[in-house]
Design a protein around this ligand. Sequence first.
Ligand code: DCP
Ligand code: CA
Ligand code: CA
Length: 633
Amino acid sequence: MPIPRPAPQAARVIAHVDMDCFYVQVEQRKKPELRGLPTAVVQYNAWKGGGLIAVGYEARKFGVKRSMRGDEAKEVCPDIQLIQVPVARGKADLKSYRDAGSEVVSILSAKGRCERASIDEVYLDLTDAAESMLSETPPEMLESIEKEALKSHVLGLTDDGKENEENVRRWLCQDDADHEDKLLACGAIIVSQLRIQVLEETQFTCSAGIAHNKMLAKLASAMHKPAQQTVVPTSCVKDLLASLPVKKMKQLGGKLGSSLQSDLGVQTVGDLLQFSVEKLQERYGTNTGSWLWNIARGISGEEVESRLLPKSHGCGKTFPGPQALKSIASVEHWLNQLCEELSERIQYDLDQNKRIAHTLTLHAGAFMYNEKESQRKFPSKSCQLRYGIAKMQEDAKKLFDSGLRDFVCPHNNRWGITSLSVSASKILDIPSGTCSISSFFQGKDCHSLSSSGSIGFNHDQSLPSPSGNKICTTPMYDMLQLRPSCEKICDGHDTSKQNKTLDGRGTSLKKRKGKEPGSILRYFQGCDFSAKQVFDGSSQMNSESYVDLDATKHQRRHLLCGDNDNDRIHEEQTMPTRTAWHLNVEDIDPSVIDELPLEIQREVRGWLHPPKRVQAAKHCSQITQYFLPAKKS
Ligand code: DCP
Ligand code: CA
Ligand code: CA
């Protein structure tokens, strides 16, 4: 549910930066001979030439779209260069794209608070930088203003081509403007400098929106692409929203937007202005009603979070059409592959960033044979995450078994799996002030940690730290003030206590005081995740803000064919407790959604309803000409 937040007292300068055709640019940097050519990145899946996941702007001119298969793209653009996404473990390997995104983040984060919002986009709070610029060297005092800044699209200014740069210069430098507009002008100059720096250091172009809040900045960044920036002065917000279809607005892409259209007859965000806050609250509840009232006026107090790293990690694979998995063995095979990758990534995160993931979630897309239009979906399942490939694989299988138990019906247990994904969320920092992981672990129960500080997997090994000392474990959760240590989590006898430990919101922490702390390795390794402990989810989140995955709408594919004699569920599986499992939507990082299989992306996007592009790109700007020399004539 959207949460209304009051607008801040003082004006802020917020930028949203989104990379242009990101995966294509990454591939073009690897192979510069592709620059200037119509190019698209395709999933390695060879069915009808693979699915397009990123389309370069040259190819878009021919009508190539992301929804197409490679073969269709070739029909509309015979010269298109189709680049296969890198593959590892039989699935797409997005590491090079993630790393490229991190390069950009490290540049953008230098100027202000930076929130990595997806694999290729960030929000920046540039208020302080803009205020400093305004007080020290306001635009009218600058000797020259970057061409890139002059090429900004300032909403409300007539975009009359030839005169435009001069109009923008006047707007940026207007002495008699109000403080808010002056700050935006500084923001526009700062963002243009950052975009040039990104281009020079990474060879990537990006587009940006500059406004007084995140919502407007996000809308604006998509208005002029590629390699352009758009500024939203307050005076233009009303007109912008008056023509903005509700479905284009963040969080209105799904049911809420449909209800506004059908129940209130609202077509654009501006149409909401006619309703009082009481009326909106009466219809949609206090929070959503207030939020709607606010967004109709362009008000959003949502802060830019300081977060350079993703909130979660996810990896998945789809099995479309005849590739659907029909046996437990094939599911296990792919879960093993996915868990290997996920385990590698969370281990890397721990080594590099000193962050620990706490929740493992399994999603699957599934269908039942002989059930054409069933609305039933495979329930997503979560458990506490244990480090180590084998343990993660074991837990993922248990989660799958549990989901399958809920999914199949007694009279029909012939199923097919069309997508699988595993994700690690609730990733928390090891407390600051701990100079190294090894010192963090010092002095407690000794268990194995690698010298890099990573958590080892062999319970019997105690490896020396770089200093030669044995590295030890510590009551991580006590120190993190998160939850009681593992004795409670693992004992599995006292359900009420266990419920509290699984709450994940620290409600039962005080009860740990004075107790001998458990070791982190016992938490990660020693916990015996019996079916009950892993699957008894009765304690899990019960507040309104948690979404029941089981209840969310899901589109299932029914494209399967082939022999299904082996499609029997192993009856010897332990029957898990049938409780509803919940996952906090806030824990899902938009930055990993793009990495999930399309089916799952659709489902997750259904809850989050990210805004879509407001306006298609029209023309290139100076910054895109950067690569023209390499373009083939
Ligand atoms: N992506 C994906 N599957 C999707 C959507 C996106 O794999 N359904 C990947 C490929 C994109 C990258 O994420 O390159 C960023 O997605 P964007 O939606 O930002 O699209 P692009 O950056 O490709 O294009 P644009 O210039 O329109 O932002
Ligand atoms: Ca993008
Ligand atoms: Ca994006």
